[in-house]
Every structure is written in C-alpha cells, then in structure tokens.
Design a protein around this ligand. Structure first.
Ligand code: SAM
Length: 324
C-alpha cells in the first residue's frame, strides 16, 4: 500500500533535518531575533507541522512568537493538531484554543504549563488554518480582534515554492509581509533527482519526471530553486542568504543492520510512488510502459533489499522585502 501524504510528510522530517542549510537557517534565526516581540511568523503549506517542531526544538525562534500555520489540506491539519502538542511539550508554548481553531486536544494544563514556563520567557502562540495560502482574501480575512492584523514579520515556505505558481506566491507573500519582512524558503526543489546504484533508464526517467513537473502538473516546476533566485529582486526582495539543501537518503552500513534511519524507508516508498504516478501520464510512444515498470520495480526491489540510495537537489533561500 502506498504511504499517505501525511506519512510521507512525517517521514520527511529527519531527511529535511539533515538537509537544511545551517548557514541560511542561522542567518534566518539571527534576523528573527532582531524583530520586536512577539515576532509574527506565517507558514505557508505547513504540512503536518514538522517545521515549527524543528524550530522550537532547535531553539531557532524568538523568545515570544506568534505562529500562524496555513495548509489547504484538512487531513494535514488534522494530523498536525494531533502531533504538535506532544512534540512541543518540551518547549515553552501556548496553543490558541479558540473554538474555531479546532484543537481537538487543547490539553488542560497547557496554559498552566505555559504560565509556569513563561517565567523563563519563551512562548509560541500557534494557530492552524485550513486555507489556500495563495488567496490574498483568505490570508487577509481573519478575526483580527484578538490576533492583531494579518501582517507578518516573516513568512516560511518550506518545500512549497516548487509546487505552486512561484510569481503568484511571491506576490501574495509580499502582500502580507511588513516592509523589511523576511521570507525563509528552504527545500525548494532545483532540478536533480538521482538514485544509486545506477540504472540504464535513469537519465530518461529523470528527464520525464522533471518534464511532468514543468509541463503536466498544474503548477510548480523542476527548477524552482534557481528561478526563485532570479524572481526575488523582480518582486522587491533582497536575497540575504542562499545555499544547497540536498536530500540524501541511504541505508545504514552492514554493521548497523542496513536499515534506513527513522521512517526514511517510507519516505523513499513515497518518492518512488510519486515518480511512478508522474510517468504513467506519458503515452507509450514517449515512454514504453514496460520500461517504466522495469525501472520502478527494480528500484522497489532495491529498496526492499536496503540497497537503494537517493539524492534530490534543493536550494534554501532567505530574503528580505525591501522597504516600500
Ligand atoms: C511538499 S508539502 C511540504 C509540507 C511542509 N512544508 C514540509 O516541508 O513538510 C507542500 C504542502 O503545501 C500544501 N499546499 C499546497 N498548495 C497550497 C496552497 N495553495 N495553500 C496552502 N497549502 C498548500 C500541501 O497541502 C502540502 O502540505
């Protein structure tokens, strides 16, 4: 059975943890630390919430942060509501549990805990929303009475700008950011998908998989990372830092049992499924179905036997919206 989107996003956490460019992340947290608190952060396409967990666990958020997390997939939001309270337990936080935020588990004691921990000064006020992050109306249309206005000091868009209309996303982000606000866009795909050991069909499969991102999928593109670098100045942003953040997944050594770390076998199953689904879109005169089946079944067997390694190239970018 193929992994669900939520299992994939959960399994991706440790792969991203290794991949994230520490220089770009370090500059991002330095810039966030300079913002008047509470820093207002909005995350677009937050999936099951792994970025906020990571930033809290790694101490990369300002002492007081208001964090607005937006995803259009209600199932992602449901999983995030389940996992985030426990994951953030070790950090100092408060979940905003108004009725319409839908926390199933507002956890009696969360506020008491926070009150105690606030003696140490750290807090995250978190709201989760099911919405289209690219709709300016949806982004601006919120109850401002308790939350302040909908402007942000920083927008985070992780593994997001490569699957949406990049220009539209940058324009929406520029709309909600304060002048001088930050855009942190890590894990933006940039044109390389590779496997080891090599297979004679690799080059064709990679080319068609990327062509699917560019020409067949509704939005996004296979070279979004480098396009982002050129689109930022055109949309009023100055790039503060950029660096590579490659996904590299491989089985542990024979001494360590040749298993994949954490849930990364599930991550690779999902990657192979995504590629297979993309390749099915091609007619037989572009890709012989027998070639597709041969390549995919070989890669699945190698995964089953813990012989498969994978590399995916991404770019992490930190940019600042120029003042007016
Ligand atoms: C590749 S996933 C990345 C999720 C998360 N940022 C991470 O790195 O694990 C992209 C996410 O963007 C969400 N998404 C795609 N288009 C969206 C939109 N227009 N508005 C809000 N969320 C969107 C998807 O539901 C999905 O959760």
């Amino acid at each position: 059975m193929s992994p669900s989107l939520q299992s994939y996003l959960t399994a991706k956490r440790t792969v991203d943890d290794r991949a994230l460019n520490r220089r770009v992340l370090g500059r991002c947290s330095d810039e966030l630390a300079g913002i008047d608190e509470p820093a207002r952060v909005v995350e677009f396409g937050f999936g099951v919430g792994t970025m906020i967990e990571r930033l809290a666990e790694w101490g990369r958020l300002p002492e007081r942060t208001s964090y607005r997390a937006i995803d259009r997939d209600p199932e992602n939001v449901a999983v995030a509501r389940e996992r985030i309270p426990d994951r953030l337990e070790a950090t100092d936080y408060r979940i905003v549990d108004e009725p319409d935020t839908g926390w199933e588990n507002p956890r009696e004691g969360a506020r008491a805990d926070t009150a105690g921990r606030r003696a140490s000064g750290r807090s995250i006020d978190l709201t989760l929303e099911v919405a289209d992050a690219l709709s300016t109306e949806a982004i601006a249309d919120r109850d401002t009475a308790s939350e302040g206005d909908s402007r942000a000091d920083a927008v985070i868009a992780a593994a997001f700008l490569d699957i949406v209309d990049l220009e539209r996303a940058l324009s929406t982000i520029a709309t909600i950011l304060e002048p001088g606000g930050l855009l942190y866009a890590p894990i933006t795909f940039d044109g390389a998908t590779g496997f080891a050991p090599p297979h004679p069909l690799d080059a064709r499969i990679e080319r068609l998989y990327h062509r699917h991102m560019d020409d067949i999928r509704d939005s996004g593109g296979s070279t979004a990372g480098r396009k982002l670098l050129s689109s930022l100045p055109e949309n009023g942003f100055e790039t503060l830092a950029a660096g590579g953040s490659d996904w590299i997944v491989r089985p542990r050594s024979a001494d360590e049992g040749r298993e994949y770390p954490a849930a990364e076998r599930t991550f690779l199953e999902a990657i192979l499924e995504t590629i297979d689904e993309a390749l099915v879109a091609y007619p037989g005169d572009v890709l012989d179905p027998a070639d597709r089946r041969t390549w995919v079944s070989t890669r699945r067997r190698q995964l089953e036997e813990s012989e498969l390694s994978f590399v995916g190239h991404h770019v992490d970018v930190l940019a600042r919206l120029e003042n007016g």
